[in-house]
Write a protein that binds this ligand. Sequence first.
Ligand code: KG4
Ligand code: ZN
Length: 348
Amino acid sequence: MTRILALETTCDETGVAVLERTGGPGSVPRIMANIVASQHDLHRRFRGVVPEIAARAHLRALLPVIEEALASSQTRLDQVAAIAVATRPGLVGSLIVGLAAAKGLALALDRPLVAYDHLEGHLYAAQMAFPDEPLYPCVGLVISGGHTHLYECASPLDARLLGGTIDDAAGEAFDKVASLLGLPYPGGPAIEVAARSGNPRAFDFPRALIRDPRLALSFSGLKTAVLYALRDQVGPHQVPPPALVADLAASFQAAVVDCVTAKCRQALDASSATRLCVGGGVAANAALRAALAEMTAERQLRLAIPPIELCTDNAALGGIAFTKLDAGLTAPLNIDVQPGLIRSGTPA
Ligand code: KG4
Ligand code: ZN
């Protein structure tokens, strides 16, 4: 039986998890505690994450959240076999807070430090959600505020980048469009709620690159199309009526869902993998989940999407650290954060 403490501070959620593995190498850990202190209230009035505020909030929240995770899983620090922390990609100040805490714990407890990639963690969340079912090899989709990328995943640590957005991430587009429509941050959940009472065919928004043979996505033109449609309907500085907001939200969401589903279909058609694993905050979206479910069902492929609390940022993503421990991939104490790095190949 091995327990690890996992920390997640890549963006604006302070996450700490206690994860336990009772099986041997390759087996999937169980979640003993998974605590997230959200900073959404702090960033809401800026309609986006303010990096300096995020880093300071992590600093304030991290130790209490560690204590809460340990207490709720009835774990003593000396029972922890390793410290896992996401060191890339993310906001530099946010990453530094998590890594500094992880290094301090590893040093004080004399335990190995395991640095994991946030995107590999998002993909591994599907495996955490379905621990008794082997999910690799698979096609992986990470769809979040910072990324919208497709991978060919031979194993948890062997994710080859197939393609992705050439401009905004899908979550970023949700957040920006929500801001245009006067909806609160984070925009994804707000757009989803507004879209429920709207008509997804009210506006014929562009589906950029949808028929392009490359596995590329683009959302910046869609964002601009929503802006122009809004301007056509209401004058400057006028508050759009709720029915218009609902139609714009539904039509925007439908365009994102169509494009993402098409690119997943394309990736699956070109792959021998029989599973699609999806992670990242936008994977919480019910319309996207339904469209992916329909597309994979038609092809008799397995779709693995974690429950919502494992889609958005949380430290159970650090379950992938066990795979790294199995491979002897521990990190030196002088390891640094890698804010901008998108992994595209070999394990590190
Ligand atoms: O994975 P995540 O928590 O953080 C990053 O790694 O970026 O993803 C956050 C993103 C935000 O852009 C948020 O608006 C979006 O996920 N999101 C959603 C939904 N819930 C969160 N987007 C669409 N529909 C949702 N229900
Ligand atoms: Zn994330």
